[in-house]
Design a binder for this molecule. Structure first.
Ligand SMILES: CC(C)(COP(=O)(O)OP(=O)(O)OC[C@H]1O[C@@H](n2cnc3c(N)ncnc32)[C@H](O)[C@@H]1OP(=O)(O)O)[C@@H](O)C(=O)NCCC(=O)NCCS
Length: 249
C-alpha cells in the first residue's frame, strides 16, 4: 500500500472505494465497529444497506487509524447536532459519502470538510426537483443550458450543495435555496452566495471530484480560502488486507 499517512498544511486525501465486499471481509469490519454502530447497522431494513454501512464504517476506521497511528476499533466518534460524525479529541477532520457501492472519504487537518457523491444514474433529474430545492439563480442557470448538459449540471449543483452542508454539519435542515453554488460547465467551482453572510463565500473552497469513467459526479467543500491540495487514492481489497494484517500485530 503506497501511501503517505501524514496530512499537513492544506492537504486533503480523498479515497475512493467500493462497498461491495465478500462476507469474510464484512465480518472482519464488523469486529471493528462500536456497539452503537452495530445497533445502527441492525436497524437497516435491507441487508444490502446494512452491509454497505458496515463496510463503509470499517473502511473509515481502518483509514483513520493509519493517520492517527491508532487501532481502528479503539477510535471513538462523537456526533454533531445533525449527526455529523467527528473524532473525539483529534485534529483530523473527515467526511464520507456513498452512492450505490461507490464510497468517497476525505481526510484533512486543515479545516472542516464535506464530501458528496452521486452515481450519474442515481437521482431523477427532474426539473421540478431543481425548482423545489435550488435557488432562483441556480434554476435559471440550469434552464439556460442545452438540454444535453442539464443532467450533469443538476448533479454538479446537488453534490456541491450537499458537500457544503456536510462540511458545516448542518444536514438538510438548512434550506438548499439559501445559498448558491456554480454549476455551469467551465465555470469556476465555487460557493457564490449565502443568504446569511456576504463574506462567508470567501471563506470556502469547493472542488469538483467527478469521475466520468467511474460514472459519478462528486464535490468537496472545505472551510478554507486557499484552495486545498487534493491527493486522490483508491482503497483496494489488497490494501484492506494489508491494513488488517497490520491491525493483528
Ligand atoms: C447528511 C446528509 C445530508 C447526508 O445525506 P445522504 O446523501 O443520504 O448521504 P451521504 O452518502 O452523502 O453521506 C452519508 C454520510 O455522511 C455522514 N453524515 C451524517 N450526517 C451528517 C451531517 N449532518 N453532516 C455531515 N456528514 C454527515 C455520515 O458519515 C454518513 O455515512 P454513514 O452513516 O454511513 O457513516 C443527510 O443524511 C442529513 O441531512 N442528515 C441530517 C440528519 C438530521 O438532520 N437529523 C435530524 C436530527 S434532529
Amino acid at each position: 500500500m503506497r501511501t503517505s499517512h501524514t496530512l499537513s498544511g492544506n492537504e486533503v486525501h480523498v479515497w475512493e472505494s467500493s462497498l461491495d465486499r465478500p462476507a469474510l471481509v464484512v465480518r472482519r469490519f464488523e469486529e471493528l465497529l462500536s456497539g452503537d454502530e452495530l445497533a445502527r447497522a441492525d436497524r437497516f431494513r435491507f441487508e444490502r444497506h446494512r452491509l454497505r454501512y458496515v463496510v463503509g464504517r470499517g473502511q473509515l476506521r481502518s483509514l483513520l487509524a493509519r493517520y492517527l497511528r491508532a487501532q481502528p476499533a479503539q477510535l471513538r466518534f462523537e456526533y454533531g447536532e445533525f449527526e455529523k460524525p467527528a473524532l473525539a479529541s483529534s485534529d483530523v477532520h473527515f467526511n464520507l459519502a456513498h452512492s450505490g457501492d461507490v464510497v468517497l472519504f476525505a481526510f484533512t487537518r486543515a479545516a472542516e470538510v464535506g464530501i458528496d457523491v452521486e452515481l450519474e444514474e442515481a437521482r431523477p433529474r427532474d426539473e421540478r426537483i431543481a425548482e423545489r430545492f435550488f435557488s432562483p439563480v441556480e434554476v435559471a442557470t440550469l434552464r439556460s443550458l442545452p438540454s444535453s448538459e442539464r443532467a450533469r449540471a443538476f448533479l454538479r449543483c446537488w453534490t456541491r450543495k450537499e458537500a457544503f452542508l456536510k462540511a458545516r454539519g448542518d444536514g438538510l435542515q438548512l434550506a438548499l435555496d439559501t445559498f448558491d453554488v456554480s454549476l455551469a460547465p467551465g465555470q469556476p467551482v465555487a460557493l457564490t452566495r449565502t443568504e446569511w453572510s456576504s463574506t462567508e463565500p470567501t471563506e470556502w473552497s469547493l472542488s469538483d471530484l467527478s469521475d466520468e469513467r467511474a460514472g459519478y459526479i462528486a464535490a468537496l467543500a472545505m472551510r478554507t480560502a486557499a484552495p486545498p491540495v487534493i491527493t486522490r487514492r483508491t482503497l483496494t481489497p489488497s490494501d484492506e488486507q494489508t491494513l488488517m494484517r497490520q491491525e493483528e500485530r
